[in-house]
Design a binder for this molecule. Structure first.
Ligand code: NAI
Length: 733
């Protein structure tokens, strides 16, 4: 799909000519509203004219684009941003491009030569960007480009002032990338080469002619687009080529002994090692850089051999720093869907109208139409895809080497069949498995204030281990091996040749699952099925075999992805029932290879069975309270936060008081216990055992029960509304 900037407002500084003009025209052509800024001076920073900006604005308008001119110097940053706000009401993208030259050999560089260059390039970019910053932060979107130069990166004769200011811009961008990341503000830097009035004195005309600004603009547009995840990166660009740069550091050498003085000779003697770039580390963050020093201190302290490579160099190489990463939150993401996505997902995981039972998931007008519980992974999958993981400090990993290792999903209520849910993602832990690193992402999805489901994605990063981290975590939802006996039930079902092609429409667009050449690059003979598709198949098999296809019985699922499945192969799901936990293992029938291991589905107990077992004696309400107790255990803290009250119950049988219960949602993480409450009860309900069951089964409306005298309420009657959360949705027996 072509990249559009429709609805985006862009400020390009110094857009009256050269590179800036090419950017402004290109943005306008793709639908952006453009502020064309240019002071219209000469290349040394003298003079002023509105003509340059006006001409570009005219050209954009003549082509049907949207643009306004601004003639202020970038040193008046606020005014430039104000022009964008006045004309278009917002600012999304800032291209810091304006620039001048005052080349002198260093000895002849005057204060004025130094200051003017710094004022326009470095201070100007600072002032313009600062003026835009809060607007971007508030709207949680911004793209900023800084323009550096090869002269800054490598040095250039006669450009001391310019190279200092230009590399200053890179430092500025590095920090803005870190501060802006969590607000979805990305800041990248380019070092362009193009023929312009700035370069005409230093390059031959033939060469200049061919180094067109139009060969730079496409990179600027891509970096400015919402789809581009790069943040804090540096690129060289020109002549139709783009390359990315990063830092490299030698392994270095420790040149100090615990009990001796560190001398210049110690440094000299290790010089070859200090400067040896073979096997160099790529350092991405200041955390990684400092980590080396901390590790060196402890190595020197423990008297390890001088010159040993600091172990954290390994950490730096892998780019993982758990201390920086754990606890970091990704920007919240929203997922809107309708019944169409629910149905498409159901088809993607193999539901078919050939099975009458499936209609409740495939037909929106079915009286029991519902969403397959495993759709819960789709709601939050953005966290794994492009939800900002690449901008988390301490997680500088190669995203082409990422595998989906394990998945846990728990539902707190049946998924709505449409709506907009918001997912909040936290890096729960980072583990070192030697051959790779495991990143645990905890994602909670809410419907408004209401917690709907929780996913834990375990992401395995091949080759990123060995950073000296821990191997396991108490945060991890671990796989559980099945019992030793033969399975209690086995279901075999073929996937279709187009299973992956269908499943990917639920939003996992990785070409690995459709594009043969991409799959070949990954070492697969053909595109493979999504692990989460087999996961959906397996969950369906359990739901059908052990829960009569009732999605409200589904509580949680855990799987470990072991091997890929090819579309068209048959899945063999083996199941073992242990109480409410169904252990499972999935194999490819044709090869016998285990593809999902250590897996289980937890179910809520069946309502019929529960109530039936009660008919034999005792109070039916006992079981309901027991079940409420279990559920409060699961999400008590959440309920305590929301409800914050204590409820008393008097259950009667044949007109006599038969039992008392307390639901405490005021203290700790909530509890249910039999008997009266010692403190203040906010509201007390008196109801017969039979009517209570009628109410929780939805057969008797609580309001009706109240007005007909079947349900008596003492205390804060308004609070009974809040109790519906538990009774209606959490004790649906
Ligand atoms: P250019 O001279 O054609 O464009 C720069 C524009 O900035 C001019 O239109 C000028 O009027 C405007 N400007 C200067 N001071 C200003 C101020 N205070 N406020 C507002 N506008 C101001 O030069 P070119 O080549 O297009 O350069 C664009 C940027 O790219 C500059 O930052 C330059 O340092 C950088 N660059 C260019 C290279 C090249 O090969 N062209 C190489 C490396 C960096």
């Amino acid at each position: 799909m072509s990249l559009s900037f429709e609805g985006r407002v862009v400020l390009v500084t110094g857009a009256g000519g050269g590179l800036g003009k090419a950017y402004a025209l290109a943005f306008a052509e793709r639908g952006a509203s453009v502020v064309v800024n240019d002071l219209g001076g000469d290349i040394k920073g003298g003079g002023k004219s509105s003509a340059a900006a006006d001409k570009v604005v005219e050209e954009i308008k003549a082509k049907g684009g949207k643009a306004v001119a601004n003639y202020d110097s970038v040193e008046d940053g606020e005014k430039l941003i104000q022009t964008a706000l006045d004309a278009f009401g917002r600012i999304d993208i800032v291209i810091n491009n304006a620039g001048i030259l005052r080349d002198r050999s260093f000895a002849r560089t005057s204060d004025m030569d130094w200051d003017l260059i710094h004022r326009v390039h470095l201070r100007g970019s600072f002032l313009v960007t600062r003026a835009a910053w809060n607007h971007m932060k508030n709207q949680k979107y911004g793209r900023i480009i800084m323009t550096t130069s090869a002269a800054g990166i490598y040095g250039n004769f006669g450009q001391a002032n310019y190279s200092a200011a230009k590399l200053g811009l890179l430092g500025l961008a590095n920090t803005l990338a870190i501060e802006g990341g969590k607000y979805n503000i990305h800041c990248n830097t380019i070092a362009p080469v193009a023929g312009s009035r700035l370069t005409e004195t230093v390059m031959p005309p033939d060469l200049l002619e061919n180094l067109k600004s139009e060969y730079v603009a496409p990179l600027v547009l891509w970096l400015s687009h919402e789809d581009c995840r790069d943040n804090g990166s540096l690129f060289e660009v020109g002549a139709g080529w783009v390359g990315k740069l990063r830092w490299e550091r030698t392994k270095g050498a420790i040149v100090r002994n615990k009990n001796s003085h560190m001398s210049p000779e110690d440094v000299r003697d290790k010089w070859d090692k200090v400067c040896d770039f073979s096997d160099a580390d790529k350092i991405n963050t200041i955390g990684e850089s400092l980590q080396t020093l901390v590790s060196v201190l402890s190595q020197v302290e423990s008297g390890e051999e001088i010159g040993a490579n600091p172990t954290s160099s390994v950490a730096s190489a892998s780019g993982i720093n758990p201390e920086a990463a754990v606890g970091q939150k990704l920007p919240p993401s929203q997922f809107s869907y309708s019944h169409t996505q629910c149905i498409l997902y159901a088809l993607g995981v193999g539901m078919s109208t050939t099975d009458q039972d499936s209609l409740r998931f495939l037909y929106e007008n079915h009286e029991e139409f519902g969403c397959l519980p495993t759709f819960g992974v789709i709601i939050s999958q953005n966290a794994m895809m492009d939800g900002g993981l690449s901008s988390v400090p301490g997680l500088n990993i190669d995203f082409t080497r990422v595998l989906h290792g394990e998945q846990y999903l728990e539902l707190y209520k049946p998924l709505p069949t449409s709506g907009t849910l918001t997912s909040h993602t936290t890096v729960a832990d980072v583990l070192d498995k030697g051959s790779g690193a495991v990143i645990l992402l905890d994602v909670h999805a809410y419907n408004g204030d209401e917690l709907i489901c929780y996913n834990q994605y375990s992401i395995f990063v091949v080759g990123a281990g060995g950073f000296g981290g821990k191997r396991s975590s108490d945060k991890a939802r671990t796989p559980v091996p099945p019992p030793q006996r033969a399975p209690d039930a086995v279901v075999i079902e073929s996937t279709t040749r187009d299973q992956a092609a269908l499943y990917r429409l639920s939003g996992d667009w990785n070409p690995l699952h459709i594009d043969p050449s991409f799959a070949a690059m990954g070492g697969f003979k053909e595109p493979i099925l999504h692990g989460l598709c087999s996961f959906g198949f397996a969950a369906r098999h359990v739901l059908k075999r052990y829960a009569e296809n009732d999605p409200s019985r589904f509580k949680a699922i855990k799987v470990r992805f072991v091997k890929p499945v090819l579309p068209g192969q048959s899945l063999q799901t083996e199941m073992w029932k242990e109480g409410n936990r169904i252990h499972l293992q999935c194999k490819v029938k044709e090869t016998g290879a285990v593809v999902l291991a250590g897996a289980y589905v937890d179910l809520h107990p069946a309502s019929g069975a529960a109530v039936e077992s009660l008919q034999t004696g005792g109070l039916q309400s006992e079981l309901v309270f027991a079940e409420i107790g279990r559920r409060i255990k699961d999400m008590g803290a959440e309920l305590v936060r929301k409800v914050n009250a204590v409820f008393g119950w008097e259950i009667t049988k044949d007109g006599q008081s038969a039992s008392q219960w307390t639901i405490d949602l005021r203290t700790g993480s909530g509890s249910v216990h039999k008997g009266p409450y010692s403190g203040k009860v906010d509201v007390t309900f008196t109801v017969s055992d039979e009517d209570f069951i009628q109410v929780v089964q939805g057969k008797l409306n609580p309001q009706q029960a109240f007005f007909s005298g079947k349900l008596k309420i003492r205390g804060n009657i308004m609070l009974s509304q809040k109790l519906e959360v538990i009774l209606k949705d959490h004790a649906k027996l």
